[in-house]
Design a protein around this ligand. Structure first.
Ligand SMILES: *[C@@H]1O[C@H](CO)[C@@H](O)[C@H](O)[C@H]1NC(C)=O
Ligand SMILES: *[C@@H]1O[C@H](CO)[C@@H](O)[C@H](O)[C@H]1NC(C)=O
Ligand SMILES: *[C@@H]1O[C@H](CO)[C@@H](O)[C@H](O)[C@H]1NC(C)=O
Ligand SMILES: *[C@@H]1O[C@H](CO)[C@@H](O)[C@H](O)[C@H]1NC(C)=O
Ligand SMILES: *[C@@H]1O[C@H](CO)[C@@H](O)[C@H](O)[C@H]1NC(C)=O
Ligand SMILES: *[C@@H]1O[C@H](CO)[C@@H](O)[C@H](O)[C@H]1NC(C)=O
Ligand SMILES: *[C@@H]1O[C@H](CO)[C@@H](O)[C@H](O)[C@H]1NC(C)=O
Ligand SMILES: *[C@@H]1O[C@H](CO)[C@@H](O)[C@H](O)[C@H]1NC(C)=O
Ligand SMILES: [Zn+2]
Length: 901
């Protein structure tokens, strides 16, 4: 019997070895409860930046098992030093197996281990500090006092990099408590998620300490953080939240002034959010670490947020207010994560939007509450809507909820589509449920799920419970989060009966090629001219899914044949609307002649233009109708509609070949002349008193007017061309003036500005000048400058390539050489810039590649260059849409436009 038994065992072993464990999720038989993590960091020798550590994990084993599988990547671990024990026994490890594909580290046990509570697994490990901003990585800076290079070590664990720093169960749902102990030379400071308890001398290493931090509440591995550094602590502040959380900010001392905004704003954002969400922030301290290098803009580690120095510091005198606003929004976003993500965590990375969407949206709410004069939320929503509607009209898009497995796929989830559509989806929920029910639901969602992990279904469940919605919220919201794209809703009125017919279809920019049967649950709320209530955003009716159409339905309020009807007030839901031609004319008439535009909300005024131009591009309406809508613009005073229409006209212009663009230019000059005439002159002191919205409108007006060569604009810029006059201008307008001066100027003026660029050490200033130098009409000069930037050894200088080349791409006279420069240097750019930056560059070049030969060259040149290849399909699809438009629609557009010039 015995012999037989062992034969069976051998067979089983063989089977296991052959079958292996081929799944990207860890086996569900083990749960970590608590980690005790000790890490000793060596920073004293720049040639040997490394760490060694010991992790002791308390485990619960749910089912008898013969292996322990966890994550570890690029760590040295000696099998003989690993220990597994419970109170009574030690369990021998027979073999260690590594599966690179999933970063698995598998410890096969000599015998089956029974299920139980009190196991302890202890693993010593060591590794080199990473140089590429992931895991436990090193960074450096020059100490301005001693002139020495300083090294520091800091963690970036999100999404899947904790496994590079210590062996762990690196999945967000496997939450545990953590206690960190850092070993470090006494000349350094150590910080972690929680307050320091004490430091003791290292038992052997001279001048080294062991510092122990308080245990951290149950959390996911990606939120753990620690750092060893010589940065200075500055501006300690206490937040007004219930625990009076102590905020310390760590940075190079000479940067204090530029970090002041971050230092002041963070505790305010935290206490505002605590009030709004009505769940107390549970930590007594927060350390904010401003690091010289960072994989992202910022990271929300619990109690230890990290910020990218280059992207977060701010200098009011040199950088536009818009940049400050977006930095403030990042700060608020990170602190919103303390609830959305840190307290309530998504179960798996497929649900990433569940932390990024709400954090992005709640950051807008925070800014609107704390900085009301900025009106940041609405303006940002308007820009995001325009971006979303354009991008999600292509085939190359994804649902925000998406199956993800490999680390590379997980990282890809952090694309703007998840943040942006995630935020728009949260806003939709807010507008749909109304103020009271939305916050009731959100608060319940947090209170009921703290220290747990959830999927989006849980959010829908609780929001449903908290509302009196008569429809199934899960079904509704799944139709928006589980599929890509968005619907076009078509409204046809029967003017005799007052009834309407409504149907939906997916909106494609290229309708012929892709048919789809997608449908959405669409909330319908109507506004009538006689009752222009744009605050009423709750659904009056639903267009269901599937449902072919609503035919001849009567509205809650009957529409008179002479009044306009509008669907989707405030664009609270993310769909486009088409109306019958008569209703469009009624809307246009009101915009052109009614006082206050008939009460039509600024977001809708912007959206009407965006929709109608998209409909004209796809031949669902005519360009005659679209341009007649623009006739109302001379009356428009607000930023939102102008910024939308100027962006959409600029992208139209960029589609036109040079030969056809003269007419367009004349049209734009006519459109911009009255707008510019209403703006303050550039030497008018009143400019510095403008609200941030009006200042942005001035910037847009001047930038576009100069770009289209309006003499009135160029005269203005000449007026302030002397340096001290220029420095009097609000910084927002300085860039426009520099660009126009360089465009009109000669070689000498270029050289002068170039010199100032080279001598400046202020990043904000450098970006502004790089952007201006990119406006040069002299190709030789431009290309020399681009080469110079790419070759610059200083990272802040070479990153100005983006500003310079983007400027050039926006000017017809420089777009082709700039495009060629990008494609010829693709390999270098691939090394220097992030995937998002490369994607943006590629998409901006695509409009300049018209011929089939260009397309072939493009594919050839970019072969094997990773960050370019990834968005290549999207770029090619965009290009195909452009080509199609040129063939099918550009003539109609030019004819319609001809009437106005
Ligand atoms: C480890 O154990 C789990 C659960 O018992 C099992 O599903 C998995 O296949 C094992 N892994 C290997 C590589 O044998
Ligand atoms: C892995 O670590 C070794 C030394 O610990 C290092 O030389 C190597 O560059 C690391 N590999 C990667 C991909 O970071
Ligand atoms: C950074 O290094 C880690 C391993 O050390 C590796 O897994 C990762 O792919 C690297 N990332 C980049 C962007 O090179
Ligand atoms: C520090 O200064 C040295 C010499 O002045 C320079 O070569 C190096 O690039 C600087 N390092 C950083 C991180 O700025
Ligand atoms: C710092 O180093 C740079 C270049 O290595 C040198 O030009 C400068 O004089 C040094 N400054 C001080 C204060 O030592
Ligand atoms: C649209 O995208 C899907 C998957 O992303 C792809 O399989 C399909 O071929 C695309 N359709 C066209 C016409 O390119
Ligand atoms: C929707 O209604 C419009 C107007 O009646 C019609 O032209 C269109 O074909 C309909 N679309 C669908 C998908 O039924
Ligand atoms: C363009 O710039 C180059 C290099 O500075 C210069 O040699 C050339 O004369 C300039 N061309 C014109 C037309 O100004
Ligand atoms: Zn985030």
């Amino acid at each position: 019997m015995r012999g037989l038994a062992s034969l069976v065992q051998v067979l089983l072993l063989l089977l296991a070895a052959v079958a292996g464990y081929e799944h990207y999720r860890l086996p569900e038989v083990i749960e970590p409860q608590h980690y005790e993590l000790s890490v000793l960091t060596h920073l004293e020798d720049a040639a040997e930046l490394r760490f060694e550590g010991l992790v002791r994990i308390s485990l619960r084993i749910l089912e008898p098992t013969k292996n322990i599988t966890l994550h570890a990547k690029n760590l040295s671990i000696a099998q003989q030093d690993i220990r597994l024990s419970d109170k009574d026994n030690a369990y021998a490890i027979s073999r260690v197996q590594i599966i690179d594909k999933y970063d698995y580290f598998i410890m096969h046990l000599a015998n089956v281990v029974p299920s139980g509570e009190d196991y302890e697994l202890s693993i010593p490990f060591s590794g080199e500090l990473n140089s590429n901003t992931t895991g436990y990585y090193w960074s450096s800076y020059n100490d301005t006092v001693t002139n020495e290079t300083r090294y520091l070590a800091v963690t970036q664990f999100s999404p899947t990099f904790a496994r590079l720093a210590f062996p762990c169960f690196d999945e967000p749902a496997l939450k545990a408590t953590f206690q960190v102990k850092l070993g470090l030379h006494k000349s350094f400071t150590g910080i972690s998620n929680t307050p320091l308890i004490e430091c003791k001398l290292h038992e052997q290493l001279i001048d080294y300490n062991w510092c122990t931090y308080e245990p951290l509440l149950r959390t996911s591995t990606y939120l753990v953080g620690y750092a060893v550094h010589n940065l200075s602590s500055t501006g300690v502040q206490y937040s007004k939240n219930s625990l009076r959380t102590r905020f310390s900010s760590w940075l190079q001392p000479q940067l204090t002034k530029e970090a002041q905004f971050l230092i002041n704003f963070a505790p305010q954002a935290l206490s505002y959010l605590e009030n709004l969400l009505q769940y107390d922030f549970p930590l007594r301290k927060v350390d904010q670490l401003v690091v010289p290098t960072h994989k992202f803009t910022a990271m929300e580690n619990w109690g230890m947020t990290t910020f990218n120095q280059a992207r977060m510091l701010h200098n009011d005198a040199e950088q536009p207010l818009q940049e400050k606003q977006s930095k403030a929004s990042t700060v608020a976003h990170e602190y919103a994560h303390q609830w959305f993500g840190n307290l309530v965590t998504m179960h798996w990375w497929s649900d990433l939007w569940l932390k990024e969407g709400p954090s992005t949206y709640f950051a807008y709410l925070t800014l609107d509450a704390l900085m009301p004069a900025w009106k940041f939320g609405e303006y940002t929503i308007a820009k995001q809507l325009q971006h979303f509607f354009k991008r999600d009209a292509l085939n190359e898009t994804r649902a925000i909820w998406r199956e993800v497995a490999q680390p590379a796929e997980i990282l890809e989830q952090f694309g703007d589509y998840v943040y942006e559509k995630g935020a728009l989806t949260m806003r939709m929920l807010h507008k749909l449920l109304g103020e009271q029910q939305f916050f009731k639901g959100i608060r319940a969602y947090i209170a009921q799920n703290v220290y747990k992990s959830v999927g989006q279904a849980e959010l829908w469940r609780i929001m449903q419970e908290s509302s009196d919605l008569g429809v199934d919220l899960t079904e509704i919201m799944n139709s928006w989060t589980l599929q890509h794209g968005y619907p076009l809703v078509t409204v046809t009125r029967d003017y005799a009966t007052g009834s309407v017919s409504i149907n939906q279809t997916r909106f494609w920019l290229q309708p012929a090629e892709y048919e789809s049967s997608n449908c959405w649950w669409i909330p319908l709320s109507f506004v009538l001219q006689s009752r222009p209530q744009f605050e009423q955003t709750q659904a009056q009716l639903w267009l269901k899914c599937p449902q072919a159409a609503l035919l001849d339905i009567s509205l809650p309020q009957r529409a008179l044949p002479t009044e306009w009807l509008l669907l989707n007030p405030q664009v609270s839901s993310i769909y486009r609307v088409n109306y019958d031609a008569n209703n469009w004319r009624l809307l246009i008439k009101a915009l052109k002649s009614s006082a206050n535009f008939g009460g039509i909300h600024a977001l809708n005024r912007a959206q009407l233009m965006d929709d109608l131009f998209a409909l004209a591009a796809t031949n669902a309406q005519s360009y005659e109708l679209a341009f007649s809508l623009l006739e109302y613009l001379p009356r428009e005073r607000e930023l939102l509609p102008w910024s939308t229409v100027l962006a959409l006209l600029e992208s139209l212009q960029q589609l036109l070949p040079v030969e056809q663009s003269t007419q367009f230019k004349h049209f734009m000059q006519q459109l911009l002349t009255p707008l510019l005439a209403r703006c303050h002159k550039l030497n008018d002191a009143a400019l510095s008193q403008l609200s941030s919205q009006q200042l942005e409108l001035h910037r847009l007006a001047y930038a576009q007017a100069c770009r289209y060569g309006l003499a009135a604009c160029q005269e203005q810029t000449q007026l302030v061309s002397a340096n001290d006059e220029l420095m009097q201008l609000p910084v927002e307008l300085r860039g426009v003036v520099y660009c126009s001066l360089i465009e009109q100027g000669n070689e000498l003026q270029f050289e002068q500005l170039l010199q100032r660029f080279q001598q400046s050490s202020q990043v904000g200033q450098q970006r502004l000048w790089a952007s201006a130098l990119g406006c040069s009409r002299n190709h030789t000069q431009l290309l020399q400058f681009l080469d110079y930037l790419l070759q610059a050894s200083k990272a802040t200088t070479s990153s100005c390539y983006l500003q310079a080349v983007t400027s050039a791409l926006r000017h017809q006279y420089a777009a082709v050489p700039a495009t060629n420069h990008i494609l010829q240097h693709a390999l270098e750019l691939d090394n220097k810039f992030s995937p998002a930056q490369i994607k943006q560059l590629l998409l901006s070049t695509i409009g300049n590649l018209h011929s089939e030969a260009d397309k072939a060259t493009l594919q050839q040149q970019l072969k094997g260059i990773k960050k370019f290849e990834q968005p290549l399909q999207l770029a090619l699809e965009t290009r195909a849409v452009h080509q199609d438009w040129l063939l099918q629609r550009s003539e109609n557009m030019l004819q319609a436009l001809a009437k106005y010039i």
